[in-house]
Design a protein around this ligand. Structure first.
Ligand SMILES: NC(=O)c1ccc[n+]([C@@H]2O[C@H](COP(=O)([O-])OP(=O)(O)OC[C@H]3O[C@@H](n4cnc5c(N)ncnc54)[C@H](O)[C@@H]3O)[C@@H](O)[C@H]2O)c1
Ligand SMILES: O=C(O)C(=O)C[C@@H](O)[C@H](O)[C@H](O)COP(=O)(O)O
Ligand SMILES: [Zn+2]
Length: 361
């Protein structure tokens, strides 16, 4: 079993383990990570991972009590009612501050599990076991946890770092292809905001790059986690630098809201990144070649890059609730060039509409 380790220091020091075979030796690998003081573990998981969760429970239960919380699939997990369901299980099982929560699932579950761990007794040990590409490279690392409200995406949450992250690539075996490709949107994001090697690997051979069995795939996971780890270690609570991880998310989150959370996060972010690139071309002189390069890479992953013209007013209204906004000032992450992100303050929304017109079918 070869496992690489990336250390993150934001919000406490922890390790992201990336490799294969870790879950097949769950007790010998996860036991020491949980530690001897943990008597009870709650594994929060979606229905699709019921069998994986049950196996994990069998492997871990010899030395501790293990409970399962099956939560609704995908974005339906990120609701206050679901957090309350988890709190109820923890309360009824007398979970104390020396016990632990495992988030086993995609980004929706790791966001929820993180929020539950941050809020139960004001914080219990959290181990993230991401099971989608997106959750491995992004959601499980960095400690942004949260749920949605009727008004928008991730509007309630906490910064709460995990104790450890376990990315076992073997778990991706049954991940549907469209989910796998959607996760690549965040990998592309890391390439454009911080690390051109990611783009080079994607362009060299997209089939190998997206094959979970290939070395290129593992390298992309490691490079992307590396980008995230560096950024969140510098700025855990998003006082500045961390905002670059929001490239493509201002419009992307508004699209997710407009689509009532039925779209994959990565698909919405793909369009959002094209929008940010158009804004960058208009305001930062981002070369046409970079905008075209981003479009080509996203299209090679079959990710969407255009959206409905008639949606603009609704999207603009939702973007005003973006966490980067300050008063009536919308703020966007834009690029001066590859790996040169900066913030664009937008007092006048006319420029936003002009850029949007470039995206419409
Ligand atoms: N906290 C952060 O920093 C951060 C970063 C990026 C995204 N996010 C959040 O992550 C969420 C999106 O995450 P996602 O794309 O992983 O989606 P997701 O969690 O909804 O999972 C996608 C689908 O894949 C299924 N699935 C998960 N693992 C599987 C597996 N191994 N095999 C088969 N099916 C599997 C799930 O049941 C679900 O239907 C969004 O809510 C987004 O806001 C958070
Ligand atoms: O970790 C971050 O910081 C990010 O912005 C990563 C994003 O990919 C992620 O989607 C995050 O959940 C967005 O957070 P939000 O603060 O814009 O809600
Ligand atoms: Zn994201």
């Amino acid at each position: 079993m070869t496992v690489s380790h990336i250390t993150v220091t934001g919000g406490g020091e922890y390790v992201v383990n990336i490799g294969r075979g870790m879950l097949s030796q769950a007790d010998s690998f996860l036991g020491p990570i949980l530690g001897p003081a943990v008597n009870k573990v709650l594994i929060i998981h979606p229905p699709t991972l019921g069998a994986v969760a049950a196996k994990l429970r069998e492997d871990l239960r010899e030395n501790r009590e293990v409970l399962l919380a099956e939560v609704p699939d995908a974005e339906n997990a990120k609701r206050i009612e679901v957090a309350a369901f988890c709190w109820q299980i923890l309360g009824q099982a007398d979970f104390t501050r020396s016990d632990a929560i495992i988030g086993l699932g995609g980004g929706a579950v790791t966001d929820l599990a993180g929020f539950v761990a941050a809020t139960w007794l004001r914080g219990v040990k959290l181990i993230q076991i991401p099971t989608t590409v997106l959750a491995m490279v992004d959601a499980s690392v960095g400690g942004k946890t949260g749920i949605n409200t009727t008004e928008g995406k991730n509007l309630v949450g906490a910064f709460y770092a995990p104790h450890s992250v376990v990315c076992d690539l073997d778990v991706l075996e049954n991940l549907p292809r469209n989910e796998l490709l959607a996760g690549f949107a965040e990998i592309v994001k890391c390439g454009f905001i911080a690390d051109e090697e990611i783009l080079t690997i994607l362009e060299a051979d997209i089939d190998r790059a997206t094959d979970p069995a290939s070395n290129e795939f593992q390298r992309l996971i490691e490079l992307s986690v590396g980008v995230k780890a560096r950024v969140v270690s510098e700025d855990f609570t998003e006082q500045g630098q961390r905002e670059i991880l929001n490239y493509g998310h201002t419009l992307g989150h508004a699209i997710e809201h407009a689509e009532r959370y039925t779209w994959r996060h990565g698909a919405a972010i793909s369009i959002g990144m094209m929008y940010a690139a158009e804004l960058s071309r208009m305001t930062q002189n981002l070369p046409d070649s970079v905008v075209d390069r981003q479009k080509n890479i996203l299209e090679s992953l079959t990710l969407p890059t255009t959206y409905k013209a008639e949606a603009w007013e609704h999207l603009l209204g939702t973007m005003k609730r973006d966490k980067k906004a300050r008063g009536s000032m919308l703020r966007f992450v834009v690029l001066r060039d590859i790996a040169q992100p900066t913030i664009l303050n937008v007092p006048d929304t006319s420029i936003l509409y002009t850029a949007y017109q470039e995206l419409t079918d």
